[in-house]
Design a protein around this ligand. Structure first.
Ligand code: SF4
Length: 368
């Protein structure tokens, strides 16, 4: 679970529903957004609900939002996303206060790898390979600042789902093996697409002794994947793809590479959030598209493309429940605090972690 006291300065603000109706929350929040516009930038991740996204000055994926924030000259950044995204923004910015409206907005995938576990794994992996061989660590951006710092300290890089292929190629060019965390699926899907066979990949499970691996298995492997996953994207199944293809063969199935290997193999296409958005927007009128990603984004794409049929791949609600925690009520609490010059819920990464994490982010940006 998210540690509420890591890299934060306050706890959850509460505006009880009995003290202010939802309607009055929206009214006051909109007025404050206007009043504070010279001091405050509001960023909204694609997976946020519509009533939160409607407040965003800029929408995007985690990397785009962090990059935008670093070039904007406003002292407060209200990040409507999850904890690791606000940390990334703080790492990439100077002299700004990054605010996460609800501190419980974490990420189940980011919680699946912590620094102590990764340090233990790193030592075991390096003790298992012959002298002179090199393992290069790469972390998906969906992780804590401590892990971003780890790859910076160990000559590795960060990647997003958009640039994973370029970063992994870079890592394997400079080393003999790749250690990829925390998302096994993005690692496996990307490496397979690059031509690395499945039998050259092993999975390190931090809940097992030595990750459930032996020295021999590590020596034979090219890629060591961490046993982590996104609970939202893991919910899609290859059976759902097959059913859509059987019922409606003309429907194009596009999934995010955080989905399992079987789902990605069964789908017509796989790509990052930005890829999915571009593909849906560029398809001709009349197209039918089933998408394997978070439901708020799928619903928004359907609204924005009324001339196409855009549905979720899953009949169940594939909702990121932690993103869902950010609500206009918590935005209002953040706005009120900024107005009083007493900002709350500030996400602040310590200087040493920032130094190495920024180095790893800069490596990634140079490869993108
Ligand atoms: S969709 Fe998955 S990876 Fe993204 S924030 Fe939610 S739990 Fe984390």
């Amino acid at each position: 679970m998210l540690d509420l006291f890591e890299n934060v300065t306050e706890n959850l603000p509460l505006i009880p529903e009995e003290s202010l109706s939802d309607e009055d929350v929206l009214k006051e929040a909109l007025a404050l957004k206007e009043e504070l516009s010279d001091r405050m930038l509001i960023l909204g991740h694609h997976y946020q609900q519509d009533d939160v996204i409607s407040f965003a000055d800029i929408t995007g994926d985690s990397l785009k939002l962090a990059q935008v924030a670093s070039s904007v000259d406003k002292p407060y950044i209200v990040f409507c996303g999850v904890h690791f995204m606000a940390e990334t923004t703080d790492i990439l910015t100077t002299n700004k206060k990054v605010i996460l409206p609800d501190l419980r907005a974490g990420c189940s995938m980011a919680d699946m790898a912590n620094r102590a576990e990764v340090d233990t794994a790193w030592k075991f992996l390096n003790d298992s390979i012959p002298n002179g061989e090199k393992i290069v660590p790469v972390t998906y951006i969906n992780c804590t600042a401590a892990l971003k710092s780890f790859v910076g300290e160990n000559d590795g890089s960060i990647c997003t789902s958009s640039n994973a292929e370029a970063v992994i190629k870079w890592a394997l060019d400079k080393g003999d093996k790749l250690m990829f965390f925390p998302d096994q699926h993005l690692g496996r899907n990307t490496c397979f697409k690059m031509g690395i066979p499945l039998d050259e990949m092993v999975t390190y499970d931090p809940n097992k002794v030595n990750g459930g691996l032996t020295k021999e298995k590590i020596q034979r492997a090219k890629v060591i994947l961490w046993y982590g996953y996104c609970s939202v994207h893991q919910g899609f199944t290859a059976g759902q793809v097959r059913k859509i293809k059987k019922d409606s063969p003309e429907t194009r199935v596009i999934v995010h590479p955080e989905c399992s290997f079987e789902v990605v193999q069964a789908a017509d296409e796989a790509g990052s959030t930005a890829y999915i958005i571009n593909r849906v927007n560029e398809m001709p009128a009349g197209s039918k598209i089933a998408i394997g990603t978070e439901i708020n984004l799928v619903n928004r794409l359907a609204q924005e493309n009324p001339d196409k049929t855009v549905i979720s791949l899953s009949p169940y609600q594939c909702l990121c429940t932690t993103m869902y925690r950010v609500r206009p009520r918590w935005l209002l609490a953040s706005f009120r605090a900024i107005k009083q010059n007493r900002p709350i819920n500030i996400i602040q990464v310590d200087p040493q972690t920032t130094q190495y994490a920024r180095k790893a982010l800069e490596t990634m940006l140079s490869l993108s």
